[in-house]
Ligand binder design. Structure first.
Ligand code: ATP
Length: 369
């Protein structure tokens, strides 16, 4: 059992910078929780406070109901895997993995058994006699994980462990880490700025910005029901399109109007907006690129949701194509199937699937739906 409770944790650096503000979080045993956000949002600082490598300025940190604010890192029963792996260059892989256990005066046979087991899980059995410089980036990454695994910690902390790997290996290692989490049945707390890593591996995601938590939820909820414009824009690639609009009523119909364009809201969404007094107000319409269709490919009746756009950039990605569009002065991205015959410079009609749109309050930036 290893759950964590963070209660109103703050980090004020000596220069007065407030890097983490009132972070409160319940992390359950065996969760794979991911702290994600742009550079400088305070995610590494948060992880380092959990590890005990950074002092907590105020607030309380409990591991399994025990207050650990003043417990030194080595007594917290956690293992941390860093971005740069931090392997000892003069030692073999085996010795790198054995080092921490030897310090703890474990028996030789015990150490060997633990290393053999970890090596098997990570598929590095044939590398145990090599030195770090004789390994690829991915292999070094596995050794760093192996060194953490042999300690059998209650909690694994990982700070951007995949960021030094090439794109292909990163995809592979994502799957490996998910499997490892399943096999080890331990709590993982993982820091990354990469929204794809967060969405693919996390059982829960904590999205941070400027030291403040924006939303805590499972990946599907984060993606489908982002709490605000920041989360909506940060999670998902290509990112969600945002259009500043005014909400207008014509007869019984409610439209989002911008420039000389207007798109109709489905009646259920119109009802919510009206009941929350957004009529005649400025709002932000959010729509993901996969919910904007070339009119000819739209799988829904597309009157009242058409925009005339000009194709500025076309990105072929194999199974799909991203079109960067200009609608008057507004930039939009949509995803179409590669068989759509279009060229850069073409004018094209696109249809917005308004059943899938999001609305954000212009002032608070919070999601209405
Ligand atoms: P990255 O993805 O770039 O590692 P991060 O989200 O992990 O970013 P942190 O390393 O936690 O961010 O840093 C959060 C903020 O605190 C940053 O603005 C950083 O400049 C600041 N910071 C970090 N260490 C110190 C320090 N020792 N003194 C003052 N400010 C610091």
């Amino acid at each position: 059992m290893a759950g964590l409770t963070l209660k109103n944790i703050n980090k004020l650096y000596p220069n007065g910078f407030h890097a983490v503000q009132d972070l409160s979080l319940e992390i359950e045993d065996k969760e794979f929780i991911i702290l994600v956000g742009p550079s400088g949002c305070g995610k590494s600082t948060s992880l380092r406070m959990i590890a005990g490598l950074e002092e907590i300025s105020s607030g309380e940190l409990y591991i399994d109901d025990k207050l650990v604010n003043d417990v030194v890192p080595k007594d917290r029963d956690i293992a941390m895997v860093f971005q740069n792996y931090a392997l000892y260059p003069h030692m073999t892989v085996f010795d790198n993995m054995a080092f921490g256990l030897q310090l703890r005066k474990k028996a030789k046979e015990d150490i060997k058994e633990k290393i053999d087991n970890a090596a098997k899980i990570l598929n590095i059995e044939s590398l145990l006699h090599r030195k770090p410089k004789e390994l690829s980036g991915g292999q070094r990454q596995r050794v760093a994980l192996g060194r953490a695994i042999v300690r059998e910690p209650k909690i694994f902390l990982m700070d951007e462990p995949l960021s030094n790997l090439d794109a292909k290996l990163r995809v592979q290692m994502r799957a490996e880490l998910s499997k490892l989490h399943k096999n080890l049945q331990t709590t993982f707390i993982y820091v990354t700025h990469d929204q794809t890593e967060a969405l693919t591996m996390g059982t829960r995601i904590v999205v941070m910005k400027d030291g403040i938590v924006q939303q805590v939820a499972d990946p599907q909820t984060i993606f489908e029901n982002p709490a605000n414009i920041f989360v909506a824009g940060f999670m998902g690639s290509p990112q969600m399109n945002f259009i500043n609009c005014r909400l207008i009523e014509e007869g019984t119909l409610i439209f989002a109007k911008f420039d000389d364009n207007k798109v109709l809201f489905p009646s259920d969404k119109a009802k919510v907006l009206k009941s929350q007094n957004y009529l005649d107000k400025e709002i932000v319409l959010g729509i993901r690129p996969n919910h904007i269709y070339a009119k000819s490919q739209a799988p829904f009746p597309s009157e009242n949701c058409i925009l005339n756009a000009k194709i500025e950039v076309k990105e072929l990605l194999g199974t799909e194509t991203n079109l960067h569009l200009k609608v008057n002065e507004i930039d939009l991205i949509c995803i179409v199937t590669p068989n759509l015959a279009t060229q850069v410079g073409d004018n094209i009609e696109v249809a917005l699937d308004m059943n899938k749109c999001h609305i954000f309050d212009k002032e608070t930036e919070k999601s209405v739906f």
